[in-house]
Design a protein. Structure first.
Length: 232
């Protein structure tokens, strides 16, 4: 069991940021971002827009899935000498289908202090407006791009609870095609552009939703949270 050493050790704040609407951020998150020595972010351009909106002048450093071993060494070194760092993702809560989990694990292994600054999550946001009954669901992250994709969809039929996963605008039609084969009778919920101007929840079978998106190609754009009620 790893314990956190309070003396002489910095603090890694894992900060949830808006998934769309910039107003969806807590007062605590803004305070932490302002007071951090620097902010670790996936894309400085994306995080920069948020910081500009809230007049936050804290320095940013890139930290994404391609972060090198040297980057980890530098960040951990800063934490061990007492710096306060904030970790954000492009949107939502870091560490959920996100490379930030690697840094959190490494920081904990070094005995660093870690705190969660809660806030938006696309998973719970989508589930809250889907209207799916029951109090259980499984979150499966992102659908595999190539290897394992067919296995992913085939395994859904073995589930006994609703499942939630992420899909991009470039693959949503392929995902609906796969669901048409794997679970033709299941009710599918597509949370699209959540918290943004064009937010909507599309509900129907995979075949019905495919038709809807084909007739309205603009609805194929955006980031999707896909929920499948395998109990149907």
């Amino acid at each position: 069991m790893t314990t956190q050493n309070e003396a002489g050790v910095g603090l890694l704040s894992v900060v949830a940021t808006p998934i769309g609407n910039l107003e969806d951020i807590t007062h605590r998150a803004v305070r932490v971002l302002k007071s951090a020595d620097y902010i670790l972010c996936e894309d400085t351009r994306v995080t920069g827009k948020l910081l500009k909106h809230y007049e936050i002048e804290t320095k940013m450093k890139r930290y994404d899935a391609h972060a090198s071993d040297h980057t980890h060494v530098v960040v951990l070194g800063d934490l061990l000498v007492g710096k306060q760092l904030a970790l954000v993702s492009d949107a939502g809560t870091p560490g959920v289908s996100d490379p930030g989990v690697l840094l959190v694990a490494a920081a904990r292994a070094q005995g660093c202090r870690i705190e969660a600054i809660p806030g938006p999550s696309a998973v719970t946001t989508a589930f809250s407006i889907a209207g799916i009954t029951g109090n259980q669901f499984s979150f499966l992250g992102f659908v595999p791009h190539k290897k394992g994709r067919n296995t992913f969809f085939a395994a859904l039929s073995n589930r006994t609870e609703p499942v939630i996963f992420f899909e991009s605008t470039h693959r949503i039609m392929k995902t609906l095609a796969a669901l048409t084969v794997a679970l033709p009778a299941a009710t599918i919920y597509l949370g699209r552009e959540l918290t943004k101007i064009h937010e909507e929840m599309l509900v129907g079978t995979a075949i019905e939703l495919t038709a809807t998106l084909e007739v309205n190609p603009v609805k194929q754009k955006g980031e999707f949270v896909v929920m499948v009620d395998v109990r149907d």
